[in-house]
Design a protein around this ligand. Structure first.
Ligand code: PNS
Length: 199
């Protein structure tokens, strides 16, 4: 049987930068990391995780060496249906088996989280033009606050392009079956909250 090709390392961004800060003879990869890993962050509320998110996560995990799914924990405005622990739990259970993906929560500015975690890339999914304006604004502001960070947009898979956590919560609360739109750990929590589907 054909075997999967081993992942080449070090990889992809091979450009190196050198400067006084690095000391004589030392170079550092353009990622800013001495280990040469390209780390990306996929941030969001994930209230709850749905199949559109999952598709973006799997695709981003194939591009980057390491992906952190970063869940916003907004203590000042706790307006989510699921608390931070529940949202993290759904993600952890749904992402088992993706070895280069980890789940974390963050408070405050996303760019500060990127600095702390050594990520140079922010991944966001774009469903339609309606997402674009707000995303563009945030991406510009994030880059102004942290010029080292690059926002990359992933076009949402066609089949999930109409899915949003807000709509899922709305229809699940009203008795619709959302089993085809969310992974099982999210479905279980929604049923726990709203009861089994009635239609
Ligand atoms: O899933 P969402 O709700 O669209 O995700 C939005 C999120 C969490 C990515 C965004 O609100 C965010 O990064 N919040 C943290 C505060 C921050 O850094 N905001 C950017 C200011 S321009």
């Amino acid at each position: 049987a054909p075997r999967a090709a081993p992942r080449a390392a070090p990889r992809r961004l091979r450009a190196t930068v050198s400067g006084p800060a690095m000391g004589a003879g030392r170079t550092r990869r353009a990622t800013g990391r001495l280990d040469g890993m390209i780390r990306a962050v996929y941030p969001g509320s994930f209230d709850p995780l749905h199949n559109g998110h999952l598709d973006v996560i799997k695709r981003a995990a194939r591009i980057f060496d390491h992906l952190t799914v970063a869940v916003l924990h907004n203590r000042l405005k706790p307006t989510t249906l699921f608390d931070i622990e529940e949202r993290l739990e759904i993600l952890r259970a749904s992402l088992e088996g993706l070895p280069n993906v980890e789940v974390a929560s963050f408070e405050g500015l996303l760019v500060d989280f990127c600095r702390r975690s050594g990520a140079r890339v922010i991944v966001r999914g774009l469903r339609a033009i309606s997402d674009y304006e707000a995303e563009l604004q945030v991406a510009h502001l994030n880059r102004q606050m942290h010029p080292g960070v690059e926002t990359l947009f992933v076009m949402t898979a066609t089949r999930w392009s109409f899915v949003s956590s807000t709509r899922i919560k709305e229809i699940a609360q009203l008795g619709a079956d959302v089993a085809k739109l969310v992974p099982k750990p999210a479905l279980d929590r929604l049923i726990e909250r709203f009861g089994p589907p009635r239609v």
